[in-house]
Design a protein around this ligand. Structure first.
Ligand code: ATP
Length: 198
């Protein structure tokens, strides 16, 4: 079975995430997709202004019918290292093929991930551009990581330029048009619970 994992802060989950997953699914026809909101991400400074449950709930609304949403990293309640998470899922799915989905920003810093060499033996990486004109640097990074034995697949779709921080800033500054960047049910959830206003 081909299993795709997709980790992130999802603060909030947005259409860039959904599109990345849809494109990867179309490309690879995964048998199972597991979305894993992080607890404390090792590679970015984050102070969450919404609860873990809110992030989980928004992921469930955004990926309904497409993916399972796992609370594993949140329940572990510690720094979320992908290597530890993959070991956990290898115990559940010992004989299955693991794919890990990420945007280009993560691939560019992938060598810094904890136990990177061991990690690349456990997973194949599926990556997409986040900015225009990034494909060449992405191909170069792929070639560099392949020397270490990494298996990297680049999805060559037009980038969808959006980030959670951009959305948080739009909501905070009262810009109503943030809603076009999010699944409708996530917009309703954010408005209903008055999230990200401060
Ligand atoms: P923030 O703006 O708060 O840093 P973010 O938008 O980067 O957040 P994350 O939840 O940290 O969102 O991202 C999770 C994963 O999804 C990462 O691998 C990231 O590269 C990828 N990703 C996020 N947005 C996009 C996008 N627009 N296109 C492709 N990949 C994306």
């Amino acid at each position: 079975m081909k299993i795709c994992f997709f980790g992130g802060t999802f603060n909030p989950v947005h259409n860039g995430h959904v599109r990345l997953l849809e494109n990867a699914k179309e490309y690879f026809g995964f048998d199972k997709i597991i979305v894993i909101p992080t607890n404390i991400p090792p590679h970015k400074e984050v102070v969450f202004s919404v609860s873990d449950d809110d992030r989980l709930n928004m992921c469930k609304l955004a990926f309904d019918g497409m993916a399972e949403v796992s609370d594993y990293e949140i329940r572990e309640n510690t720094i979320s290292y992908t290597i530890n998470t993959m070991h956990h899922f290898k115990e559940i799915y010992p004989d299955d093929e693991f794919y890990f989905l990420m945007g280009s920003d993560m691939l560019f810093m992938f060598k810094k991930w904890k136990n990177y060499k061991e990690l690349i033996s456990l997973i194949s990486v599926v990556v997409a551009s986040r900015e225009d004109n990034e494909l060449e640097s992405l191909e170069n990074k792929k070639a560099e990581l392949e020397i270490d034995g990494a298996r990297i697949y680049i999805i060559k779709a037009e980038p969808y330029v959006v980030s959670s921080s951009m959305i948080r800033n739009m909501i905070k500054s009262g810009k109503k048009d943030f809603s076009c960047y999010l699944p409708e049910r996530v917009v309703e959830y954010i408005l209903d619970k008055k999230l990200y206003l401060e």
